[in-house]
Design a protein around this ligand. Structure first.
Ligand code: UDP
Length: 471
């Protein structure tokens, strides 16, 4: 492209908080480096942004640097997407994809620039890669799980002789740079009878990914050095993270906008202000998981028995959803008054950066883990599905910045087990060691995005590649 021409990058995301967050954080990095960005997602996100972000008023251009565009996924805002996932996914795939294609066709961009140098695609929208190709736009995939999971999935989808015997629960999988994995540690979509919808999407993704020019990971090199080096020659993936908010890394935010899908209760920060250093357990299971009643009961009793202070996020059900949100045990809030606070949603990054937070009980979602690494906060892992069991294994065997609960086959951790893990992380013999590891990883992750850091170099290399693209 000619010099002086502003490069404009399209980024396409599903309506999931765990996908929108890294997309927006990458957009802010690009803006900092002088690129223009257009983020496209579904109208559901627009609805949430208008409700829950005081800094978003529905106008297209935010400070002339970022443009938001929305397409219909083919369903009304009230449709219960959780309850009828099959209809949601198939409508998104058929009607949504047409809407996205038409939107890209009609886009007029800021400052009169009409063409896009690249389109960055969310892994849950593999068909968007084909749309980009139809519109003659080179694509990049933003992988939102650890690179280790990319390797596992790549092997799995390319039928590399490794996953032949997953019906045997005693099968052990060995991959370079990873601890030995038992079948239960693998992502659920690799199981013979596991999650057919996710299986299908991942299959399409690894087929479509052959047509992407770049694959980016949201973590940093130091976190997964061995695995990235191992993949480098055959399956290159470039870490450009940790994709967390810039304030977590001690930088100014390049643009103030957020894309929150729920309203953060900022009163919890004032509550934390009154607590002493490293005294509070922060508990959250991300934006998708709904705990069972037994899981909630056990956590509540364990918190009471541990006699520690806590901040617990229990997300309300979705608009129009029939999901049953479990109740806290009767009298729990009164009995823990002053010691604990339960909120519907919070600014997790601010919470993790607060000096009062001692540890994070988490479902091991990759964004949450990266955020806690950058904050230097040790973890208590309580994984459920997808990449979470593998991430949990990596915490214990490689990162060593926390513990993982022993969970029964029903997915429930007992009261005693939760109490044991809280003790181990907060006051056990190994707690100092975990804290040290957490602080080491915090330092490495911060360096990655500084001038000359590995992730910063990868972003610069990408921008150079874009400049040299032959359009
Ligand atoms: N999050 C938040 N407030 C909360 C809980 C979660 O802002 O009360 C954010 C969190 O910071 C993270 C994202 O939601 O960026 C969750 O992503 P993750 O990959 O951890 O889990 P998922 O929601 O995709 O299962």
């Amino acid at each position: 492209m000619s010099s002086g021409e502003k490069m404009n990058v399209l980024m396409v995301s599903t309506a999931l908080q765990g996908h929108i967050n890294p997309i927006l954080k990458l957009a802010k990095r690009f803006i900092q480096k002088g690129l223009h960005v257009t983020i496209i997602t579904t109208e559901m996100v627009r609805d949430r942004m208008l409700n829950y972000n005081n800094d978003y008023d529905g106008t297209i251009n935010q400070e002339q640097k970022i443009q938001f565009e929305f397409f219909s996924d083919g369903l009304t805002l009230e449709f219960d997407r959780n309850k009828d996932k099959d209809k949601f996914i198939s409508t998104l795939r058929t009607i949504g994809s047409k809407n996205l294609s038409n939107l890209i066709q009609n886009l007029t961009t800021i400052n009169g620039h009409k063409f896009y140098t690249c389109m960055i695609v969310d892994p849950l929208l593999p068909w968007a890669i084909d749309i980009a190709i139809d519109h003659n736009i080179p694509t990049a995939l933003l992988w939102i799980q650890p690179c280790a999971l990319y390797l596992i999935s790549y092997h799995y989808h390319n039928n590399i002789d490794l996953f032949n015997n997953l019906e045997d629960p005693n099968e052990i999988i060995q991959l370079p740079g990873l601890p030995l994995l038992e079948v239960k540690d693998l992502p659920s979509y690799t199981f013979p009878y596991g999650a057919p919808r996710t299986k299908q999407v991942m299959m399409e993704l690894f087929h479509a990914a052959k047509n992407t020019k770049w694959v980016f990971a949201i973590s940093n090199y130091d976190l997964e050095e061995e695995i990235i080096d191992y993949m480098a020659s055959s399956i290159p993936i470039y870490p450009i993270g940790p994709l967390v908010s810039q304030f977590m890394l001690g930088e100014n935010e390049s643009i103030g906008i957020n894309m929150n899908m729920w309203e953060a209760e900022d009163s919890c920060i004032e509550w934390l202000d009154k607590k002493s250093c490293s005294s509070v357990i922060y508990i959250s299971f991300g934006s998708v998981i709904v705990l069972s009643q037994e899981q909630v009961n056990n956590i509540a009793i364990a918190l009471k028995n541990s006699d520690k202070e806590f901040l617990w996020v229990i997300k309300p059900s979705e608009k129009g959803s029939e999901d049953e949100i479990p109740e806290l045990p009767l009298g729990f809030l009164e009995e823990t008054k002053g010691k604990g606070l339960v909120v519907k949603w919070c600014n997790q990054e601010k919470v993790l950066m607060h000096h009062a937070v001692a540890c994070f009980m988490t479902h091991c979602g990759w964004n949450s883990l990266l955020e806690t690494i950058v904050a230097g906060v040790p973890v208590i892992g309580y994984p459920k599905w997808g990449d979470q069991p593998t991430n949990a294994k990596i915490i214990v065997k490689k990162f060593q910045n926390g513990v993982v609960l022993n969970i029964g086959e029903d997915g429930v951790a007992s009261v005693e087990e939760i109490v044991r893990c809280i003790k181990e992380v907060m006051e056990g013999l190994s707690s100092e060691k975990m804290k040290k590891r957490a602080l080491k990883m915090k330092e490495e992750s911060r360096n990655a995005l500084e001038d000359g850091g590995s992730s910063n170099n990868n972003i610069d290399q990408f921008i150079n590649d874009l400049k040299n693209l032959d359009h």
